[in-house]
Design a protein around this ligand. Structure first.
Ligand code: ATP
Ligand code: MG
Length: 589
């Protein structure tokens, strides 16, 4: 048998893979059964040996939109299942009725699919709701009571808190701790039947009020709560606590590796205690699930707390849950971030046991890398001034050929029209050039990308002294792709769009929502760290073909960055674009 220490962990891997490799080498799940649906020991006993080598789960609470932190957990759990011939369940952890809704359920399912993952296994769906297990959870609680492992406590919340003790001081037993099984059962059933008021009593596990782990000092497992539930309606007046519900959910779904964030580490002893007690009671079968903890994602220039995200949306600091500046997955998708980019990011940052901050640039680099590969190239002039080729024939238009993707010749070339009047970038002309400026200057020469070499012959200014028009002459033998193209060597190469073949278009230039790497650090209010320049809209001149871009089509605008046709505000024949990310990192100091 191999031990954890001796099992070699493959390169580029992580400690969780090490654990799975060890478990599989030990044949830990060789006889584990799966009856085709979640259930306790007797249900699973009717099934076959599980064909899934491992089972993981992604268990969101449907009380908000998914964010980039969730993407890490999704890529981890679904990625492990994919790589180990297993299954990852999508389970809505909907045991907390007040804040949950169908709207969140729908958006979560959509985003997990968008990231490229599925929970289907043949005819089996593996999409589950924890609230479907309420009856089993209730029976589990009764079983604990009958075995002397749980009691109904009528102390007030304050008394319970005081008697729980501290890190250095043991807790005190509740005066209700030694009730008889009959009394506990009667009261618990009254709680269930609505005969006890909200908050009047709770069911607690009976473990050890002197445990050094405060979570083991008789944690509450059921509370009275008359609340309407999005799935079970008004059936229940009592609801299980998360710490009680979660291990049971994992066990019913025959999860092998239950992966959660570090703050649950102290809950692991209770997780194991509970499942062992329910196995003793015959409700669950071995092998039982095990919990493993990893460090949650902290990303600079971003907030990933649901509470803060809700505040940004409700106080209208952003336009909604899918505002392209938000770190929600809905926002990131609208911004033009890609599922491939998120999967690359998850692989690159890996999984560890130590909390740390990940630089936002790592995420942006992953988006650049995937977009560089997938996005076709187009031409856009973002801050246009006019260039007039004075020796070019009036009314003439000439085909120039631009490759759709420099690394993928199989994607072919498209035709763009060259005419006498063009749009060029304001920053591509300098009246008095700075050192190292190789673009258009008085009497200087540049290549019009995919076109001719031109020589600057003059320029016009408005009353305020801004250059409005640049004049030039072209050198007829120098067209790109012809024999004469290399006869004249120039250092600069600028892009352009014909003024008579242009699509005038709105572009949203997004930047980071926060100007500080750690928003709200120290005593600062995170809202004070909002970047006041995180969005502005420009009117740009694009090559005409971009008029036909469909919502969510993504392009590299040459020399500028990656842009996506907005999925919400684009209409047929009139797309608007969002800047996804610049070509290079402008924030690096
Ligand atoms: P809440 O405060 O409402 O519990 P949450 O962010 O934990 O918020 P859940 O819906 O419970 O939201 O999260 C679903 C899963 O995503 C959990 O397993 C959780 O561990 C994981 N998760 C949440 N935030 C992060 C993060 N920043 N990094 C990695 N995983 C995360
Ligand atoms: Mg949570």
């Amino acid at each position: 048998m191999m031990s954890a220490e001796k099992t070699p962990i493959p390169a580029g891997s992580n400690f969780i893979r090490g654990i799975i490799d060890r478990d599989l080498a030990e044949n830990k799940f060789a006889t584990k059964k799966w009856a085709g649906s979640p259930g306790g020991a007797s249900h699973q006993a009717t099934g076959q040996v599980d064909t899934a080598k491992i089972r993981t789960r992604f268990p969101p609470e449907p009380n908000g939109y998914l964010h980039i932190g969730h993407a890490k957990s999704i890529c981890l759990n679904f990625g492990l299942a994919r790589d180990y011939d297993g299954i990852c369940h999508l389970r809505f952890d909907d045991t907390n009725p007040e804040k949950e809704s169908q709207e969140y359920v729908d958006s979560i399912t959509e985003m997990v699919h968008w990231l490229g993952f599925g929970w289907e296994n043949g005819k089996e769906s593996n999409l589950y709701f924890a609230s479907d297990y309420f009856e089993f959870m209730y029976q589990s609680a009764e079983a604990l009571i009958m075995d002397g492992h749980a009691y109904v406590d009528e102390q007030t919340a304050d008394e319970m808190r005081i008697n729980r003790g501290t890190l250095t001081e043991a807790g005190k037993d509740s005066p209700y701790r030694n009730r008889t099984v009959e009394e506990n059962l009667k009261l618990f059933r009254e709680m269930r039947d609505g005969k006890q008021a909200d908050g009047s009593m709770v069911l607690r596990a009976k473990i050890d009020m002197a445990s050094p782990n405060i979570n083991m000092r008789d944690p509450a497992i059921y509370r009275v709560r008359r609340a309407h539930h999005h799935n079970t309606g008004d059936t229940w007046r009592i609801y299980p606590m998360y710490t009680f519900a979660h291990p049971i959910e994992d066990a019913l779904e025959q999860i092998t590796h239950s992966i959660c964030t570090l703050e649950f580490e102290d809950q692991r002893p209770f997780y194991d205690w509970l499942l062992e007690r329910l196995a003793e009671a015959g409700l669950l079968a071995h092998p039982l699930p095990h919990q493993y903890e990893f460090a949650r994602l902290n990303l600079t220039y971003v907030v990933l707390s649901k509470r803060k995200l809700i505040q940004l949306v409700e106080e209208k600091h952003v336009s909604g849950w899918d505002d392209p500046r938000l770190p929600t997955l809905a926002g990131a998708r609208r911004r033009g971030y890609t599922p491939e980019g998120f999967r690359l990011f998850a692989d690159r940052i890996g999984v560890s046991k130590a909390d740390s901050w990940i630089e936002y640039t790592i995420l942006e680099d992953c988006m650049r890398e995937t977009l560089n590969d997938s996005a076709e190239r187009r031409i856009a002039v973002l801050e246009p001034i006019k260039l007039v080729i004075d020796n070019y024939e009036d009314g003439k238009s000439e085909d120039c050929f631009a490759p759709n993707h420099p690394l993928k010749p199989e994607l072919g070339k498209r035709t763009i029209q060259l005419t006498k009047e063009l749009w060029i970038e304001r920053e591509d002309f300098m009246e008095v050039p700075s050192k190292g400026f190789f673009r258009l200057v008085p009497d200087g020469m540049v290549r019009l990308r995919y076109g001719y070499v031109v020589k600057c012959t003059g320029f016009e200014k408005d009353a305020a002294g801004n250059v409005t028009v640049v004049h030039c002459e072209y050198l007829p033998d120098t067209k790109s792709g012809t024999a004469g193209a290399d006869a004249i060597k120039v250092k600069g190469n600028i892009h352009w769009v014909s003024t008579s073949h242009a699509y005038t278009c709105e572009i949203r230039m997004y930047d980071r929502l926060f100007k500080e790497a750690h928003p709200g650090e120290g005593d600062r209010d995170f809202l004070d760290d909002i970047n006041p320049n995180s969005a502005h809209t420009i009117t740009a001149q694009l090559e005409l073909a971009l008029k036909d871009a469909k919502p969510s089509d993504t392009f590299q605008f040459e020399r500028h960055g990656y842009f996506v046709a907005d999925r919400k505000d684009s209409v047929a024949g009139k797309p608007v674009f969002n800047r996804t990310v610049t070509l290079r990192d402008a924030w690096q100091k």
